[in-house]
Design a protein around this ligand. Structure first.
Ligand SMILES: Cc1cc2nc3c(=O)[nH]c(=O)nc-3n(C[C@H](O)[C@H](O)[C@H](O)COP(=O)(O)OP(=O)(O)OC[C@H]3O[C@@H](n4cnc5c(N)ncnc54)[C@H](O)[C@@H]3O)c2cc1C
Length: 637
C-alpha cells in the first residue's frame, strides 16, 4: 500500500488555504443527517465535539472519566504556543514553523507544521473569546513566556494551570451543545473496539464502566482523541488512566501506527523516590525560564546546595549551550542531565537528580514576581518533597512524558481506515521525533477547532445520507469479541496483580527503550516483553466481576494492550539505526554526544501495519521532504 499523505501542492504558505477551498462542503441543512462519534474529551476531543456540533452535526462524545473535564489535558501546566509576536521579539509564523521542524529533529511533515504555526494565532483568539483567563501584562495584552527550543517568548499561559483553563473553555463550548441537543455525552464509557464495515469506520463498542454493559454505537465517522500512551512505561507524568487501548484496537482493525518509538522524556520532573510510586510529577518547563540547572563540579560532592560555592558549581546547560542555555529543547536537556548523573555528579539521596535553582531569579526579580509566575508549582513541589523551593533548589530528573508516535494520519487527519480520524496526542503528526514545549496543546486545539471541522466535510459529502445503525453483523461480532476478552481476564487463575506486571514491563521499557537505546538492549527488551506478556496471560489475577465497577478489570485490558504496543515500540526503535530527537541510539552520536541522524536512510515516517497476532507487523515508509527548512545537524550552541 502506498501511503498518500494528501499534502496539497503549491507554496507552503498557501497549501492550507488552497486545500480548504478545494474540500467538499456539506450543506448546513444536511449536516444534521450525519452522526459523528468523538472518543475522548480532552482538548482535542472536546474542541472537536463542540466545533462539529456548532456546525450542525450530531455528535456522540465518549470518555472513561466520570466527567469530560477530567481528561488528562487538565494537567498541562506550562502554556500554549502561538506566533502572535505581541512582544516584538522577532517571532513569526515562519519562525514557529522553523523552530518546530528543527525541534522535531526533521522527522515531521513540513506542510503539517506550517499549518500548525499558521493556526496557532487563531487558537489564542478563540480561547480568549471563550473567556480563558490567560495571564496579562501591565498594558492589558496577553503575557508570554519563553519555553525550551525557542529564543522568543511565544508561550501563552494561565499561571501553572493552562491546560485546565483551556479545557474549561472547550468543555463549556461542548456543554452548550449538549444543552442544545447536538452533543450526547457518554461519560464512564470505555471504547473497547472499532467497527469497520466495507473497509470504513462505522462505529465503536463500549463498556459502561459502572454497569459493565457492552454496547455498540454507530456513526458516519469516528474520531479518536484519546491521548498519549506514555504509561506503557508505567512511571510517567501522564494521568494514571491515560492508555493506548482505543488506538491499539484501531491498529488491529487496520489503522497504521506511526513512529511508535518516538517518546519524549521530559527533563524537569520530581525524581523517583520509591518502589511503590505509581506516577511521576512534572515541574513545568516554564520553570526553566527563570530557574538555573546545575550540579557540583566534583564527582560525589554530597554537601547541601547552599554550602557549594559558585565556582564549584557546573551550570552545565549554560556551559554547553550558551545560545539557548537552560532553554534547550527537552531531549537535549534530558540527555545532558542523564550524562552528569551517570558521571556521578547527581544530587539528592539517589544521585539521580540535578538542581533547578531560583536563587538568582528571586534576587533579580523579587520573590513576589516568582510567586506570581510559579506560586502554585512551588506549592505543589513543597507538598510532594517537603522542601521549600524559595529557599533550597528543586531537585529534578527526566521522566517519560509525551508520545510523538500514534496513529498515522494524512493531512486531513484521517487514518488509513476511511472515516476514522485521529486528533491530538493520539495521532503521530506535527512534532517529529521531539515535541517542543507548549506545542501539544496547540496541536490538539488546532486539530479540534480548526482542522477537522473542514476536512471531515470532504469525507461526509461523499457518503450519501444513508442512516447508520448497529444492525450490521460486524457490530455483533465486535461485541462478542469484547465479551470474550473480558471473560478471559477474569478466568485466569493467576497470582500477580496487574500493577505488578505493569511495573515490570515499565522497568524493561525504561532500562532498554528509554532515554538511551542500543541494538543489544532493544533485542533483550523484545525478549523480555514477550516473556512478561506470556506471564500476564498465564498468571495475572483479576478479581471481581464484569457487571459492575471493576478497576482491576479495566487496568487488565489496558495493560494487555501495553504489552503488545511495547513490543512494537522496541521493534520500531531497533529498526531506526540513527538517533533523532527523543529516540537516542547510543551507537549513533556526534563527537559531542548529540543525536546523530541519518537523513539518507531514515528521513521517513515509519507506519506499521498489523498482520495478525502471530505475524510481524509490516513496515510502510512515508518519505519526508524538506523544501523549506534545510536539513542540518541540530545545534543549540
Ligand atoms: C503533566 C503534564 C503537563 C503538560 N503540560 C503541557 C503544557 O504546558 N503545554 C502543552 O502544550 N502540553 C502539555 N502537556 C501535554 C498535553 O497536556 C497533552 O498532550 C494533551 O493535553 C493531550 O490532549 P488530548 O486531547 O490529545 O488527550 P487527553 O487530554 O489525554 O484526553 C484523552 C481523552 O480520551 C479519553 N479516552 C482515552 N481512551 C479512551 C477509551 N478507550 N474510551 C473512551 N475514552 C477514552 C479520556 O477519557 C480523555 O477524555 C503536558 C502533559 C503532562 C503529562
Amino acid at each position: 500500500m502506498i501511503l498518500d499523505a494528501k499534502i496539497p501542492d503549491g507554496p507552503i504558505q498557501d497549501k492550507w488555504s488552497n486545500h480548504k477551498f478545494r474540500l467538499k462542503l456539506v450543506n448546513p441543512a444536511n449536516k444534521r443527517k450525519f452522526n459523528i462519534i468523538v472518543v475522548g474529551t480532552g482538548l482535542a476531543g472536546a474542541s472537536a465535539a463542540a466545533s462539529l456540533a456548532e456546525l450542525g452535526y450530531n455528535v456522540q462524545a465518549f470518555c472513561f472519566h466520570d466527567s469530560p473535564r477530567r481528561a488528562h489535558s487538565i494537567a498541562a501546566q506550562g502554556g500554549i504556543n502561538a506566533a502572535k509576536n505581541y512582544q516584538n521579539d522577532g517571532d513569526s509564523v515562519w519562525r514557529l514553523f522553523y523552530d518546530t521542524v528543527k525541534g522535531g529533529d526533521y522527522r515531521a511533515r513540513e506542510a503539517n507544521v506550517y499549518r500548525l504555526a499558521e493556526l496557532s494565532v487563531n487558537i489564542i483568539d478563540q480561547c480568549v473569546a471563550q473567556g480563558v483567563p490567560f495571564a496579562r501584562e501591565y498594558g492589558g495584552l496577553l503575557e508570554n513566556r519563553s519555553f525550551g527550543g525557542a529564543q522568543v517568548s511565544r508561550t501563552f499561559y494561565a499561571r501553572g494551570q493552562t491546560g485546565q483553563q483551556l479545557l474549561l473553555g472547550a468543555y463549556q463550548a461542548m456543554l452548550r451543545q449538549v444543552e442544545l441537543g447536538r452533543v450526547t455525552l457518554f461519560p464512564f464509557h470505555e471504547m473497547l473496539d472499532l467497527v469497520v464495515i466495507d473497509g470504513a469506520a462505522k462505529g465503536i463498542v463500549t463498556r459502561n464502566l459502572i454497569t459493565g454493559e457492552i454496547r455498540s454505537h454507530a456513526a458516519h465517522a469516528v474520531l479518536l482523541a484519546t491521548g498519549g500512551y506514555g504509561n506503557v512505561y508505567y512511571l510517567s507524568t501522564n494521568a494514571k488512566g491515560s492508555n493506548a487501548t482505543a488506538i491499539w484496537r484501531a491498529y488491529k482493525r487496520g489503522a497504521f501506527f506511526a513512529n511508535p518509538c518516538f517518546t519524549q522524556i521530559h527533563p524537569t520532573c520530581i525524581p523517583v523516590s520509591g518502589h511503590y510510586q505509581s506516577k511521576l510529577t512534572l515541574m513545568s518547563e516554564g520553570l526553566r525560564n527563570d530557574g538555573r540547572v546545575w550540579v557540583p563540579k566534583q564527582v560525589g560532592d554530597k554537601r547541601p546546595p547552599d554550602q557549594i560555592p559558585e565556582d564549584e558549581r557546573d551550570y552545565f546547560l549554560e556551559r554547553k549551550y550558551p545560545a539557548f542555555g537552560n532553554l534547550v529543547p527537552r531531549d537535549v536537556a534530558a540527555r545532558s542531565i542523564k550524562e552528569v548523573c551517570d558521571e556521578g555528579r547527581g544530587v539528592g539521596p539517589t544521585g539521580m537528580a540535578v538542581y533547578l535553582d531560583f536563587a538568582d531569579a528571586i534576587k533579580r526579580l523579587g520573590r513576589h514576581v516568582i510567586e506570581e509566575r510559579y506560586g502554585n508549582l512551588f506549592e505543589m513541589y513543597e507538598r510532594i518533597t517537603n522542601e521549600n523551593p524559595y529557599h533550597t533548589p528543586m531537585r529534578i530528573y527526566p521522566a517519560v512524558h509525551y508520545t510523538m508516535g500514534g496513529l498515522w494520519v494524512d493531512y486531513n487527519l484521517m487514518t488509513t481506515i476511511p472515516g476514522l480520524y485521529a486528533l491530538g496526542e493520539c495521532n503521530f503528526s506535527d512534532h517529529g521525533a521531539n515535541r517542543l514545549g507548549a506545542s501539544a496543546l496547540m496541536q490538539g486545539l488546532a486539530d479540534g477547532y480548526f482542522i477537522i471541522p473542514y476536512t471531515i466535510g470532504d469525507y461526509l459529502a461523499g457518503l450519501g445520507f444513508e442512516k447508520v445503525t448497529t444492525d450490521h453483523p460486524a457490530f455483533r461480532q465486535a461485541e462478542q469479541e469484547v465479551h470474550e476478552r473480558t471473560k478471559k481476564f477474569l478466568a485466569i487463575p493467576g497470582k500477580r496483580s496487574v500493577d505488578e506486571i505493569h511495573r515490570e514491563l515499565g522497568r524493561v521499557m525504561w532500562d532498554y527503550v528509554g532515554m538511551a537505546r542500543s541494538a543489544e538492549g532493544l533485542r533483550n527488551a523484545i525478549d523480555r516483553i514477550r516473556e512478561i506478556r506470556e506471564e500476564f496471560w498465564r498468571n495475572v489475577r483479576v478479581l471481581g466481576r464484569d457487571d459492575h465497577l471493576n478497576e482491576s478489570l479495566e487496568k487488565a485490558g489496558r495493560v494487555a494492550d501495553f504489552l503488545e504496543l511495547a513490543e512494537l515500540i522496541a521493534v520500531d526503535a531497533l529498526l531506526r539505526n540513527e538517533s533523532c530527537g527523543g529516540h537516542f541510539r547510543v551507537e549513533y552520536q556526534t563527537p559531542d554526544g548529540e543525536a546523530l541522524r541519518d537523513d539518507e536512510h531514515y528521513a521517513y515516517v515509519a507506519a506499521w501495519q498489523y498482520q495478525g497476532d502471530d505475524q510481524p507487523p509490516q513496515l510502510h515508509k512515508e518519505p519526508l521532504h524538506f523544501e523549506y527548512v534545510k536539513l542540518s545537524q541540530r545545534s543549540y550552541k
